[in-house]
Design a protein around this ligand. Structure first.
Ligand code: AFP
Length: 282
């Protein structure tokens, strides 16, 4: 798995160059999940495909930008699932965006998730990696190299609150819960990019990120393989929790379709406990 993390480090620098230099306009048509695709999404996807398709450890690549699974080396141990550039809709506003990687040992599911990583392309590049059973490692790219940076560890309780989806489409219990958090002093931090939004909660020691089921998206918006499970592993490894609306750990999810979605909640223990009470799943 270390070789995969090393390749992520290299490919992240190439993606950063694409973000800085390439056209941020849209291509015609949509991707596998019906989202509009940027030329940048496609270019980042091809870069990652090229970087990993020759790695004999990788048996298959599954990209958020592709409908089909790409078979690689039949002897390979890992299925690599990735979202090449999460946050397409905020690139034009020049906000931070990210890439997410999930490394499955065999067929993808919560149980087989062996490692994960994400890269934040903000004012600086940051990388967080995790191997199951170990603490997350955080790096910042400075002076031409990835330097180990302040470790990520969640406190029992945080101060930040980020909930996705349009309030018009939230369920009443979600609305009441979120209003309750603000009334008790939580601060809103939501950019519309899950990588920088979750990264902020992780580096500031805690809080809650929610993407609930909504009346327009009953399964939520975020994709299990490329977005939800890798962050679930990182939150648990950082001393937090990641659950679905029934209060089940996201890492217990089985995966029915490569592009399946699920409502999801990532946070420190206190906020997850409050959420479970509010949703009646404590
Ligand atoms: P885009 O890639 O279309 O910008 O979507 C980003 C994202 O998948 C995730 O990064 C955000 O947390 C979430 O969507 C934001 O969705 P809402 O705008 O519905 O809150």
């Amino acid at each position: 798995m270390q070789k995969i993390f090393e390749t992520i480090k290299e490919v992240a620098l190439q993606i950063d160059q694409l973000i800085v230099n390439e056209d941020t306009g849209y291509v015609d048509g949509t991707n596998a999940t019906g989202d509009q695709q940027l030329k940048l999404d496609v270019a980042c996807d091809l870069l990652i495909e090229k970087a990993f398709s020759g790695n004999p450890e990788v048996c298959a690549l599954i990209s958020e930008e592709k409908e089909e699974v790409m078979q690689c080396h039949s002897e390979g141990k890992y299925t690599l699932c990735y979202d090449p550039l999460d946050g397409s809709s905020i690139v034009d506003a020049n906000l931070a965006v990210g890439s997410i990687f999930a490394i499955y040992d065999g067929a993808p599911s919560g149980e087989t998730l062996a490692g994960a990583a994400y890269v934040v392309f903000g004012p600086r590049i940051e990388l967080v990696t995790v191997t199951r059973g170990e603490s997350p490692l955080r790096y910042r790219y400075t002076h031409g190299a990835y330097q180990p940076f302040h470790p990520i560890a969640l406190q029992e309780k945080g101060k930040l609150n980020a909930s996705g989806g349009s309030q018009k489409h939230w369920q009443e219990k979600h609305m009441a819960f979120i209003h309750g958090l603000f009334a008790s002093g939580y601060r809103l931090r939501y950019s519309g990019g899950m990588v920088p939004d979750l990264h902020q909660i992780l580096v500031k020691g805690g809080g809650l990120f929610s993407y609930p089921s909504t009346t327009d998206n009953p399964n939520g918006k975020l994709r299990v393989l490329f977005e939800v499970l890798p962050f679930a592993l990182i939150f648990e490894a950082a001393g937090g929790e990641a659950i679905d609306e029934k209060g089940r750990p996201l890492l217990e999810l089985t995966v029915t379709h490569p592009h399946a979605r699920t409502p999801c909640f990532f946070g420190s223990h206190h906020e997850i406990r409050m959420l479970k009470e509010a949703y009646g799943v404590a």
